[in-house]
Design a binder for this molecule. Structure first.
Ligand SMILES: NC(=O)c1ccc[n+]([C@@H]2O[C@H](COP(=O)([O-])OP(=O)(O)OC[C@H]3O[C@@H](n4cnc5c(N)ncnc54)[C@H](OP(=O)(O)O)[C@@H]3O)[C@@H](O)[C@H]2O)c1
Length: 215
């Protein structure tokens, strides 16, 4: 019902926008990175960690009320690296694919945007502004980079894969004096995990200086 291609320009008709005077959605990143901050190799994850994947699914599909959705934001490469079966495991999610080259909506996606700001505008338009709780940015690197500098960006869920893997894409560097590692975060297991001979830990970094203070 919500599938469409969206090329929003900044002058979007304000009458279709959220009534809230200061519309804003929580924007969060989620990723898993190994020792050198590598996140992928040859278009895929370098590791096979079902528990980590389950955490990703549970975290990004969680909404507080029936009828609400999260928005999941994908770069084109990341989107097409997934098997079709993934999308049936994601209730309550509206998928937004970012691409400057695609002209038709990919199968299973709900929206196609040509840039990050169009996606942000989309979240503020009716009907999405009333439906969407959280914007989850799921990669790859360029999308993460744009999300990290966006003023709505509040949390980075970054699983620390405590191992070396050969990678060709990397999580961007971010300022750890602005995004501070939380000793504990609600709903996030605190103990070190082990699976398939690999140890890993779910970490959450929270923005503790607002963007106005940084400027
Ligand atoms: N470990 C993890 O947590 C994790 C998470 C995500 C991804 N990954 C890995 O990362 C790799 C995929 O990354 P990737 O290098 O292919 O990057 P990607 O960001 O998924 O795809 C790059 C493409 O996305 C589009 N794009 C990205 N940002 C855009 C923007 N702001 N506006 C418009 N279009 C935008 C562009 O498509 P056009 O060329 O069509 O313009 C760009 O060429 C895979 O190996 C995957 O497994 C790992």
């Amino acid at each position: 019902m919500l599938n469409q291609t969206v090329h929003i320009v900044p002058s979007t008709n304000v009458s279709t926008m959220c009534a809230d005077k200061e519309p804003r959605k929580p924007l969060r990143l989620i990723a898993a990175a190994c020792n050198n901050m590598g996140i992928g190799k040859d278009g895929h994850l370098p590791w096979d960690l079902p528990t980590e994947f389950k955490f990703f699914l549970e975290t990004t599909t969680n909404v507080s009320l029936p009828g609400k959705f999260n928005m999941m934001v994908w770069g084109r490469g990341c989107w097409f690296s997934n098997a079709d079966s993934l999308f049936s495991m994601m209730p309550n999610v509206l998928h937004v694919v970012l691409s400057t080259t695609l002209s038709t909506l990919p199968e299973h996606a709900h929206f196609l945007c040509q840039d990050f700001d169009s996606m942000i505008s989309l979240a503020l338009l009716q009907p999405l502004c009333d439906l969407v709780e959280t914007i989850w940015v799921v990669g790859g690197p360029q999308v993460y980079q744009e999300a990290l500098v966006h003023p709505w960006c509040e949390l980075i869920f970054l699983t620390d894969i405590m191992a070396d893997f050969d990678c060709d894409v990397f999580f961007p560097q971010f300022d750890r004096s602005i995004f501070k590692k939380q000793q504990w975060f609600p709903g996030v297991p605190n103990e070190i995990q082990e699976e398939n001979g690999v140890t890993f830990k779910f970490e959450v970094f929270k923005r503790e200086i607002c963007s106005a203070e940084v400027i």
